[in-house]
Design a protein around this ligand. Structure first.
Ligand SMILES: Nc1ncnc2c1ncn2[C@@H]1O[C@H](COP(=O)(O)OP(=O)(O)OP(=O)(O)O)[C@@H](O)[C@H]1O
Ligand SMILES: [Mg+2]
Length: 499
């Protein structure tokens, strides 16, 4: 075996009730390299890493760390042996402060018993300084945005002086600037000879950061190649098992009468100022802009999750107030939030319950009884149209892969049959094949005369599915472009107008 093979996993097999999650998967990681792990939602990426990390017990197969066989029984054991993991779902003690979260379970002690607070603060500062992370170690986790909490998690992984660090979709909630920062950290770790396993659905990131790429499909290893030898189209083909000729469905929607009118929308607690626009029935209207430009705030102010200071909203020329989300739902609005994994999932409920929870009224009989048959039917529709990978409707949502959990939440909002659908980063964390299904569903809604507003950081996505695109900059509307007739450059120029 080559000297610099840090990790060798051979023939790893893992079965859950009704699912063969891993079927004889093998993987080798060289020191000082970034190895990307790719595959559709539910392919087995996170499960493979959890088998390494001691969270799941593999059924079969062997794991060698620097040539020595290991079989971690807990993540603590993995961490102490030099294997760290930044998880897809953040699992932090939100009521505790930053340094508590970093040193939990391994507090530096004074005289054998007392926690040495001073040392803890010093050590935390040292790690943050090294990684150029600007966060107060005493800050309570719950008061920080998700992206900063993510950076704390990354610092924690580095603080173990690990030989191997696994990043499971680390950038799903990071801003562009933070992604750059993370890449700087990863490059630094690579230069130190650390082996990195990097899981992401973002092709551009993978092409930039990785040295090797392994593709998995349906729990099997499909290929491992040098990143430089693979074009994005090759990766997609390996992932979905066929040529994906079209990334976007054909645009068949017809734009009709003005449906939604927003006038002088100004937020109470954010920089959003004087945003006015119209959206027509059957129209897919994009919202482009940099992080923090006010795209999410626009949706939140329309939906009543954020407080409006000024401005009016009209549906078919009738003013609606949308004082809170409940009122907005009554008025025919639905909002798919950006942070749906944190805010949208009822983790102890099953898939059916998670799917129908916002449209229960529809399933109630005149005397108030819930119809099981009708809830099953809707859930079946959602599973089928989004190609959600699950053994059954009765499966607990928390046992689905990250991307498949997202699909359940998307299905939930589609089933409320909204008149105006507000989507914030609808395809985040979703694999390339399933993205197509989501675009098709958006188009179907537009075809039925609904109005759809889409916020996305992925420009090709906006250009591929929208009719018009509003470009935001510094909390204001910087301009409007025709999606069929514009370029990424034009949009970028507008996005920089007020920054
Ligand atoms: N604890 C569990 N109980 C039951 N089934 C599970 C459990 N964890 C994972 N699975 C199943 O194993 C399969 C692989 O899931 P995994 O989370 O590894 O996918 P993934 O490749 O990480 O996907 P994603 O890109 O969506 O995160 C899925 O079918 C999933 O439902
Ligand atoms: Mg996963």
């Amino acid at each position: 075996m080559a000297e610099d093979i840090l990790l060798r996993m051979t023939d790893i097999t893992k079965t859950f009730p009704g699912v063969k999650a891993l079927d004889h998967v093998s993987l080798e990681l060289e020191a000082g390299t970034v190895h990307a792990l790719m595959g559709e939602n539910g392919a087995g990426k996170s499960t493979l890493m959890k088998c390494l990390f001691g969270i799941y017990n593999k059924d079969d197969g062997k794991i060698f760390l620097e040539g020595r066989e290991v079989n971690f029984k807990s993540s603590k054991e993995a961490l102490e042996s030099g294997v760290a993991m930044v998880h897809q779902e953040l699992n932090q003690a939100l009521k505790r402060n930053v340094m508590d979260n970093i040193w939990l379970g391994r507090y530096p002690k004074k005289g054998g018993i007392m926690v040495d607070e001073k040392k803890m603060l010093r050590d935390t500062k040292a790690v943050f300084e090294e990684l150029e992370i600007d966060v107060d170690p005493r800050r309570i986790m719950s008061t920080m945005p998700v992206s900063q909490r993510q950076m704390v998690e990354i610092a924690k992984a580095v603080s173990y002086n690990s030989k191997i660090i696994v990043f499971d979709e680390p950038t799903s909630s990071l801003t562009e600037e933070e992604v750059e920062h993370l890449f700087k950290i990863i490059n630094m770790l690579r230069d130190r000879g650390i082996g990195i396993i990097y899981i992401s659905h973002k092709m551009a990131e993978i092409k930039r950061i990785s040295d090797y790429i392994t593709v998995m499909r349906d729990g099997c290893h499909i290929a491992t190649k040098k990143a430089a030898e693979l074009e994005v189209a090759d990766i997609i083909k390996l992932m979905v098992g066929r040529e994906l000729t079209n990334q976007f469905p054909e645009k068949t929607n017809k734009v009709g009468e003005v449906h939604l009118r927003v006038e002088h929308l100004t937020a109470q607690y954010s920089l959003l100022e004087d945003v006015s626009f119209e959206a027509r029935r059957g129209e897919i209207l994009g919202l482009a802009g940099l992080d923090g430009s006010g795209r999410t705030e626009t949706l939140e102010n329309i939906f009543g999750t954020a407080t409006r200071k000024d401005g009016k909203i009209f549906v078919d020329d009738r003013e609606v107030f949308n004082k809170n989300p409940r009122a907005a739902i009554k008025n025919g609005f639905a909002l798919l939030t950006e942070e749906r994994r944190a805010t949208g999932i009822f983790s102890i409920l099953n898939i059916r319950e998670n799917t129908v929870i916002s449209s229960l009224k529809k399933h109630r009989s005149k005397i108030g009884l819930l119809s099981n048959a009708s809830m099953r039917k809707d859930t079946q529709w959602a599973i089928h149209s989004l190609k959600t990978k699950t053994p059954s409707q009765d499966t607990q949502i928390r046992s689905l892969s990250g991307g498949n959990q997202q699909k359940v939440i998307i299905g939930r909002w589609l089933l409320t049959e909204p008149d105006v659908l507000l989507l914030d980063e609808p395809t985040r964390g979703i694999d390339v094949g399933a993205k197509y299904e989501i675009y098709q569903l958006i188009l179907d809604l537009a075809n039925r005369g609904k109005t759809v507003l889409v916020v996305s950081s992925e420009m090709p996505e906006l250009l591929g599915i929208c009719d018009r695109i509003l470009v935001m900059s510094g909390g204001k509307l910087a301009g409007e472009v025709d999606a069929r007739n514009t370029s990424q450059e034009e949009i970028m120029t507008l996005a920089a107008k007020y920054v």
